[in-house]
Write a protein that binds this ligand. Structure first.
Ligand SMILES: Cc1ncc(COP(=O)(O)O)c(C=O)c1O
Length: 484
């Protein structure tokens, strides 16, 4: 018999190294438990509450009406005759359709995105970045931010052995980064965020990790997530300046993942875009530092994860490289056009005086206020539990509390070949139906344990979730601290 061409031994070895905790074994188990409940199997809980993934609308966040109206009109233009839609939504839909091949959303767009979206992106950036100009040719529409991040990492990865591209990523990290680096065979360089200082980024730690990595590879890229996932911190302006100075000095390409830019809750914190800070630091930096920033429809008040919209802006990248980038994205034809529509509309939402403005502001404010309250609630309740310590959730959609695990639990987990926080989260899931992600899936300092939970469940469910975690943790400590 002929052997199969594709087997686990012959497949791409880099793919086997890829891990993605957010949808890992915990979630597989959660789905099994949901099925058991549906089939009437008795469990110590009535429902599985998922707080493992930043999927806002799956957790009840409402879409913005204006965005959906424009999308509906673009998808089914007969609705342009309907009186149920406001004029500004109709105008916007007509303009978008005008820019689509055959005036239809079903046609491919230019590979970097439908032309009008380019302009919309540019307008938004200029507004957000305090009037700093934006060249529409620097904007590439993407299939969510993930696509843009992977595309840029592809462009940047080169060399062999000691000359192989090294990419600096924060630990804890969002596992898209480690997964993409594993797939591309790039070298992952870890720099650790400072948990004691609210998960802030220390330049001395960047220096340490960069210096150590230089012995092994060619560090060329520095990735920053701000506001942070999984750690929920918001970087200060000073810190961003320091990072830019460091990138300039060490000749690093900056990748700024700014997908949570509207998700800032804590008093005294504000979002500063890397681009704005870079340009305000003057030509000494703004002419030389290469930067790409990423945005998405999936986060902020939009929460339109399933539409797969996003864009990136590349700064100080040579025209020849942009031509290569355009070629690379052209191979995949174009990002989903509904996602492009929502991205375009969200960067240029209804303006004062337009019919939909008041409702847009009301809906956006309600969503962001609700998230801010849940961020505080999460921090407050978790910090009441002995053995759990949670930094303020300054932004994004997650808390990443540290959990103390008794030695006996750690030993039992290791005997089972499990990470101790995986052991903890599995037990939590089996006993309470709460689905969280172990900190080990994001990376953490050796000997420390965490879990990541989203703040997305509706407030009543979030309270139930937090009180179940509280009870479980106390029980867990009792069970494993008692002498055997
Ligand atoms: C920091 C960060 N970057 C990028 C992404 C990718 O999002 P998407 O591809 O849906 O835009 C996520 C998703 O959770 C994220 O948290």
């Amino acid at each position: 018999m002929r052997r199969k061409v594709l087997t686990i031994d012959t497949m791409n070895a880099n793919v086997k190294k890829v891990e993605y905790a957010v949808r890992g074994p915990i979630v597989i188990r959660a789905v099994q438990l949901e099925r058991c409940l549906e089939e009437g199997v008795k469990k110590p809980f009535d429902e599985v509450i998922k707080a493992n993934i930043g999927d806002a609308q799956a957790m009840g966040q409402q879409p913005i009406t204006f965005f959906r109206q424009v999308l509906a009109l673009c998808t089914y233009p007969d609705l342009l005759e309907s009186h149920k839609f406001p004029d500004d939504a109709k105008d916007r839909a007509r303009r978008i359709l005008q820019a689509c091949g055959g005036h239809s959303l079903g046609s491919y767009t230019a590979c970097a995105g439908v032309a009008r979206d380019h302009n919309a992106g540019a307008v938004f950036k200029e507004r957000r970045d305090g009037g700093i100009s934006c060249d529409p040719d620097n904007i590439y529409l993407t299939t969510g931010a993930s696509d843009g991040i992977v595309t840029m990492l592809k462009l940047l990865t080169a060399g062999e052995g000691r000359t192989r591209t090294g990419v600096m990523i924060s630990i804890p990290q969002y596992p898209l980064y480690s997964a993409a680096l594993a797939e591309l065979g790039a070298v992952q360089i870890n720099y650790y965020l400072n948990e004691e200082k609210c998960w802030s980024l220390d330049i001395t730690e960047l220096q340490r990790s960069h210096l150590a990595a230089k012995q092994l590879c060619n560090p060329r890229v520095l990735c920053i997530i701000n506001p942070g996932n999984p750690t929920g911190q918001v970087q200060s302006r000073q810190c961003i300046e320091d990072v830019i100075r460091f990138a300039a000095k060490e000749h690093l390409f900056l990748m700024a993942d700014e997908v949570y830019q509207d998700n800032v809750y804590a008093e005294g914190c504000a979002f500063h875009s890397f681009k704005k800070v870079l340009f305000e630091m003057g030509p000494e930096f703004s002419y030389i530092v290469q930067l790409t920033s990423f945005h998405t429809t999936s986060k902020c008040y939009m929460g339109e994860c399933g539409l797969r919209g996003g864009y990136m802006e590349v700064i100080n990248v040579d025209p020849e490289v942009k031509a290569q980038l355009t070629k690379l994205v052209s191979v995949r034809l174009c990002p989903p056009v509904p996602g492009q529509v929502v991205m375009a509309v969200s960067v240029q939402p209804p303006q004062p005086g337009e019919p939909s403005h008041a409702q847009f502001i009301k809906e956006r404010t309600a969503t962001l206020n609700d998230l801010a309250q849940k961020a505080k609630l999460t921090e407050d309740i978790l910090n009441m539990v002995p053995g759990i310590r949670c930094n303020p959730v300054q932004g994004a959609m997650y808390s990443f509390p540290r959990i103390t695990l008794p030695d006996r639990a750690v030993k039992e987990a290791k005997a089972k070949g499990q990470e101790p926080d995986m052991f903890y989260c599995m037990k939590l899931l089996d006993e309470t139906g709460i689905c969280l992600v172990p900190g080990s899936g994001f990376g953490q300092k050796d000997g420390t344990y965490h879990f990541r939970m989203t703040i997305l469940p509706p407030a009543d469910k979030l309270k139930i979730l937090l009180s179940k975690v509280q009870e479980f943790h106390v029980r867990f400590l009792e069970q494993y601290s008692a002498s055997a």
